[in-house]
Design a binder for this molecule. Structure first.
Ligand code: CP
Length: 326
């Protein structure tokens, strides 16, 4: 297994099974610190720099919370408009990162351009963690999802997944890559073109990712309606189909928004009539109407638990990447 020390976490493509398991093992070891709502001093000499060019609630704050739990420090920005990258100068990623690497020991970056964290990593001598890049990938979210499944179901192998939503989303691509390393068949259910409204884009899994998944041996198929796959699913990961353009830095929601068609929606009634009793329902959030609030208090939902596991997972990641554990 490759060492994590000093390593960039940019993509789950070519992430090895043993590396997933190692992160989960370290995260689980550190979990009591977060569960007891304590802070330790493991990373007291380390500083996280957050460079968020797109809005975020969970990803930025869970990275920050993880660093605080391990006794480290945090600096950074949550809105590029407050920096020279977001004003008249449109400062480049290279010029920005050449500064940031002296302000801390690890950089967590979210950007609206696919590949931006990879560009940052080219110029940074400290590790860069991808917190979501355009329509590219979202590795720490999917590491969190897998860790949640491990902790809630006790295993990852042997569970059948249903991924429901806009397959252009970065989480879906990281999910596909991650599941290539486990015994986890997956069904992707995303809207074809014009399914939401006239001229709505094709939201099925893009061919470039499907070609990759085949090459890496992922056991996957596609369906058109959640009802075609819900009954056999052990884990369901939901994302919106009514949502922002992830290649924009910031978007206001239009006043009139279409509703999610039933094909791509999880309701309490559907769960009660079709879902396995011990199925785990995940959503990386934020949500629109694809999971109504009355699903929250059901035995299937685990998206609030994910918030906790997201902090724990990042504690494990920081401990490894910053060399506190080998
Ligand atoms: N899951 C997720 O990426 O949420 P945020 O956009 O709030 O970070």
């Amino acid at each position: 297994m490759r060492s994590f020390m000093g390593r960039d976490i940019l993509s789950l493509k070519e992430f090895e099974r043993s590396e997933f398991l190692r992160i989960f093992e370290v995260a689980q070891r550190l979990e009591p610190i977060a569960r007891d709502r304590r802070n330790s001093d493991m990373l007291k000499h380390k500083t996280l720099v957050t460079a968020f060019y797109q809005p975020s609630t969970r990803t930025r704050l869970s990275h920050e919370a993880a660093m605080h739990r391990l006794g480290g420090h945090v600096t950074g920005f949550s809105d590029a408009k407050m920096t020279r990258a977001g004003d008249y100068y449109q400062e480049s990623i290279k010029d920005t990162v050449k500064m940031l690497e002296f302000y801390g020991d690890v950089i967590a970056m979210r950007h609206f351009q696919k590949g931006a964290p990879q560009e940052a990593a080219k110029w940074s001598s400290v590790p860069v963690i991808n917190g979501g890049d355009g329509w590219g990938e979202h590795p720490t979210q999917i590491l969190t999802d897998l860790y949640t499944v491990l902790r809630e179901r006790g295993r990852i192998d042997g569970l059948r997944w249903l991924a429901l939503g806009d397959m252009r989303m970065r989480t879906m691509h990281s999910l596909g890559y991650a599941l290539t390393q486990f015994d986890c068949p997956v069904t992707f259910v995303g809207p074809p073109a014009n399914a939401l409204f006239p001229t709505s884009p094709d939201m099925r899994m893009p061919e470039e990712y499907k070609a990759d998944f085949r090459q890496y041996g992922l056991n996957f198929n596609e369906a058109e309606h959640v009802e075609q796959a819900i009954a056999t699913a052990d884990v369901i990961l939901v994302e919106p189909v009514i949502q922002a353009d992830y290649s924009q830095s910031r978007q206001e929601a239009p006043k009139e928004r279409p509703l999610t068609p039933v094909n791509f929606k999880i309701t309490r009634e559907l769960l009660m009539s079709k879902a396995k009793s011990d199925m785990v329902l995940l959503h990386s959030l934020p949500r629109m109407d694809e999971i109504p609030p009355d699903v929250d208090i059901t035995r299937w939902s685990r998206y609030w638990q994910e918030a906790f596991y997201g902090v724990v997972l990042k504690m494990g990641l920081f401990a490894l990447v910053l060399g506190a554990v080998e």
